[in-house]
Structures are given as structure tokens and as C-alpha cells.
Ligand binder design. Structure first.
Ligand SMILES: Nc1nc2c(ncn2[C@@H]2O[C@H](COP(=O)(O)OP(=O)(O)OP(=O)(O)O)[C@@H](O)[C@H]2O)c(=O)[nH]1
Ligand SMILES: [Mg+2]
Length: 441
């Protein structure tokens, strides 16, 4: 690690700002401090007010500096933080001054966190948590990310990995000493039970309804119904802007139009879809196919009944759905079918009820799993494969196929758990995770 570059970057937001934080990490930090700080290398972990100059001795600014020696820093390396006046010229001058030192270069996205990961300060789920925390828009996203940063997910994955490692040790003994304790079902029974218990736990995590991923990426709501029912008008009113085209021609919406909203404290992707009907038109038919797919994938469907030409909602209405009777401004609300909410996209009547119903639904859904251990598709994919390996181990035990096979499956399951926390991290996974960070983190 001694031969690494030293990296620097603006860690605070875009200038101008009251204060700008510039971060420097790597082996050249001590040398830089001697050259650029009037007070020289500061005492560790002690904020010092000093003049900062460039290599020619010209003043850059004055501000607080903080030195965190390795390994007690975020990156695990020597780190220097400069708290400067947040003007664009100050920032340009300091970054120029720093990068004029031959061993120093500007950091790439997420490079500080990647170094923290590489020096064992964070595991991969914790590093992902850092990225999520920075991007968190809702309180729900923030608290989920914070839990992840503090190792809430790693804990579960590590427990499973430890249990698997213990099981593997047991099974390997049986492979090596098949005669001991009679290979029969007696020896296998405790292993089988522990595998079954672990399977139950992993299955429960996978059966969380995708709540962790929804909180992070957004819940999906689809507006569906007959052509001209007012679906696009409803989307526009909920989005508070003219996101979708509205005309009195049936079949106006062809493609799925999605808008991003915050409702009930959650990020929501609201989709307007093509009106469902029989059609010979190829383009419209494709739109309808997409509408049905959006409806099938949604967490919640808003079925729209056209108050002008009421017809029952197409397809089954589940408890995850809401039926609205639109255009009540044209009709008497008393004509609203049972269990449907009377609304008018034109006047806004009934929208406060509709919004609070959706919010209530989301609050309930988000609370349905207390602490999801899956917050990304990456975790789900690995965990699904881990479960498949466990299922195969269980089958090998059930059919007495030999402990070698069981051991092999357990090893596979361990690898999946290890790759979730990045213990065995293939380079492309790391690249994909860290490239999405902002520069300076
Ligand atoms: N009076 C009244 N008219 C409405 C209401 N909602 C929508 N409309 C009208 O109904 C027509 C169809 O509205 P859209 O929002 O385009 O309907 P849609 O369901 O998206 O239609 P398609 O995209 O063709 O499937 C337009 O002329 C709207 O102005 C309402 O609540 N009251
Ligand atoms: Mg439409």
C-alpha cells in the first residue's frame, strides 16, 4: 500500500459554499503538510487554524486542518482534511496546488470509500450503505442506509456464513472419517436439521416482499383502466405537472409514462398506461401489452372507472389495489360503485382521500418487514443462489448421496455469502459499486 498514489478531492458540495472540505489521503500526506501548511504537520486528530500556501509559497487561504494518521482514518491511510472558504477560486487554487505535488492526483468517484473497503474499514454492504446514505432522499431511505453503514446487514450475512463454515467443518470430518459414528442417518441428522433451519432463515429474508429494495429504489404504482377513463389526467394531478398527454381521443397514451414522486414518506414511481381494450392497431397493442406488464409488476394498482361510461375494472382487483370512479363532476357521486373512491381529475375532488389512501398503503407496506436484509438486487441474486446451494445440500443429505456432495454445496453457499459482503469480490462487482459514488467520497 506504500506505493499508492495520494488522492485529493473536494468532499463538500458544489461551490460557492460557506465552507469547503478538501480531503487528501495516502502516503504523501505528511510531506504535503510540511510543504503546504504554514504550521507544518498538525498534531493527530486536532483541528489547527493555519495558513495554506501553494508550492511557490503563494497564499491559498487560511482555514482549519485536521490530520488523521493511518490506520485511524476513514480510508485507513494518512488523511488530511482542509476546511476552507468555499469559493470556486479557492477550490481551484488548492486542488492545483495539491496536484502539482508529483505523488498526488485527483480522486475518482468513490475512491476514498474504495480505499476504506480495501483496508478492511468497511465491507461491501457497508460501503453500499455509504452511497445510499449520500443519495437518501426520504427518511426511510436514510434510516435503512444508516443501518447498513453500521453493519446491520453484514451482521446477518456473517452469522449465516459462520453457521455454514461450522457445518462444513462437521461434514468434512464425515468425509474424512466415514466410519466414525456410522455414516448412517444418525450422523447426518443434526447437519440436516441445521441446514433446514438456515434455509428457513434465508427463505424468510428472500420472502420480504422486496421491501428493502422498494425503500431504496422506489415503490411502483400503475394507473390502469379503459381508454379515456382519465388515467393520464389523474397522473398529472398527482404529479402536479402535465407529465402525460391528455386528449379526448380514446387511445391517446401508447407508452408507459412514469413520474417519480414522494408519497407517504416513500419514493414512488407512478406509471400512466395505455387504455385497455381490444385493438387491431399494432402500436396500441404493444402499448397495452406494456400496460399489463406494468400492472403486473406494480406494488399497487389504481383501477380507473370512467364515470362517463362506467364499466367494471378489467382483471382481478386485489387488496393491493384501489378502484377510483373518475369524472364525478359530470355525475352524481351516489352512482359510485361500492368500494370505489369518487374522484375528479378535472376539479381535484377526492384527491386528498386518494393521496392519503396511497400514503397509508405505503406506510403499512414499508413497515411490514422490520429490518430487511436485502436492499439491492445484487444481494437478492447472491442470496437466491446461496439458497439453491443449501437446497441441493439438503437433497444430498435426504437421499444419502454422500458427504462430498454436501460439502461442495456448503462451500458454494459460503462463497455466495462472502461475495455479498465483498470478502471475495470480483473486480467488476467492485467497479460497479464504487463508480456510482460521487467524487470526494
Ligand atoms: N369532466 C371531466 N373530464 C375528465 C376528467 N378526467 C379526464 N377527463 C377528460 O377525459 C378525457 C380523457 O382523459 P385522459 O386523461 O386522456 O384519459 P386516459 O385514460 O389517459 O385515456 P387514454 O390515454 O386514451 O387511455 C380528456 O378529455 C380529459 O379532459 C374528469 O375528472 N372530469
Ligand atoms: Mg392517457
Amino acid at each position: 500500500m506504500g506505493t499508492r498514489d495520494t488522492i485529493c478531492a473536494l468532499a463538500s458540495g458544489a461551490p460557492p459554499s460557506a465552507i469547503a472540505v478538501v480531503r487528501i489521503s495516502g502516503p504523501a500526506v505528511r510531506e504535503i503538510s510540511e510543504h503546504l501548511l504554514a504550521s507544518g504537520l498538525p498534531e493527530p486528530r486536532r483541528a489547527v487554524l493555519t495558513r495554506i500556501r501553494d508550492l511557490s509559497g503563494a497564499a491559498v487561504d487560511q482555514g482549519l486542518v485536521l490530520f488523521s494518521p493511518a490506520p485511524h482514518s476513514y480510508t485507513g491511510e494518512d488523511t488530511l482534511e482542509l476546511y476552507l472558504h468555499g469559493g470556486p477560486a479557492v477550490i481551484t487554487h488548492i486542488l492545483d496546488a495539491l496536484t502539482s505535488v508529483p505523488a498526488v492526483r485527483l480522486a475518482g468517484p468513490g475512491e476514498f470509500t474504495r480505499r476504506a473497503f480495501e483496508s478492511g474499514k468497511l465491507d461491501l454492504t457497508e460501503a453500499e450503505g455509504v452511497a445510499d446514505l449520500i443519495e437518501a432522499e426520504t427518511l426511510a431511505q436514510k434510516s435503512q442506509a444508516l443501518r447498513q453503514v453500521s453493519g446491520g446487514l453484514s451482521e446477518t450475512y456473517n452469522e449465516w456464513r459462520e453457521e455454514l463454515t461450522g457445518l462444513l467443518a462437521l461434514v468434512e470430518v464425515m468425509v474424512d472419517f466415514p466410519d466414525e459414528g456410522d455414516v448412517g442417518s444418525d450422523a447426518a441428522a443434526p447437519v440436516r436439521e441445521r441446514v433446514a433451519n438456515l434455509m428457513k432463515e434465508v427463505e424468510a429474508a428472500l420472502g420480504d416482499g422486496g421491501i428493502g429494495e422498494r425503500i431504496r429504489d422506489g415503490f411502483r404504482i400503475a394507473i390502469i383502466g379503459a381508454p379515456n377513463a382519465g388515467k393520464s389526467s389523474i397522473l398529472n394531478r398527482l404529479a402536479r405537472r402535465e407529465a402525460a398527454i391528455v386528449t379526448d381521443i380514446a387511445g391517446t397514451t401508447r407508452d408507459v409514462v412514469e413520474v417519480r414522486l414522494i408519497l407517504g414518506g416513500q419514493v414512488v414511481w407512478l406509471a400512466d398506461t395505455a387504455g385497455l381494450r381490444e385493438t387491431e392497431d399494432v402500436v396500441e397493442a404493444e402499448g397495452i401489452r406494456r400496460a399489463r406488464r406494468a400492472a403486473a409488476e406494480a406494488d399497487l394498482r389504481i383501477h380507473v372507472i370512467d364515470g362517463e361510461a362506467p364499466s367494471p375494472p378489467p382483471g382481478p382487483v386485489s387488496s393491493h389495489d384501489i378502484v377510483v370512479f373518475n369524472k364525478v363532476d359530470l355525475r352524481s357521486a351516489s352512482l359510485t360503485p361500492d368500494a370505489a373512491l369518487p374522484i375528479s381529475a378535472t376539479t381535484g375532488e377526492g384527491f386528498d382521500k386518494l393521496e392519503s389512501w396511497i400514503s397509508g398503503f405505503l406506510v403499512q407496506r414499508a413497515a411490514s418487514v422490520e429490518a430487511p436484509v436485502i436492499t439491492r438486487a445484487r444481494h437478492r441474486e447472491k442470496l437466491t443462489r446461496g439458497l439453491a446451494a443449501l437446497t441441493s445440500a439438503k437433497a444430498a443429505l435426504d437421499h444419502e448421496l454422500g458427504f462430498e456432495l454436501v460439502a461442495e454445496d456448503l462451500r458454494l453457499a459460503i462463497r455466495e455469502m462472502q461475495s455479498i459482503v465483498g470478502e471475495i469480490g470480483v473486480e467488476d462487482v467492485l467497479g460497479a459499486v464504487f463508480s456510482r459514488f460521487c467524487i470526494g467520497k
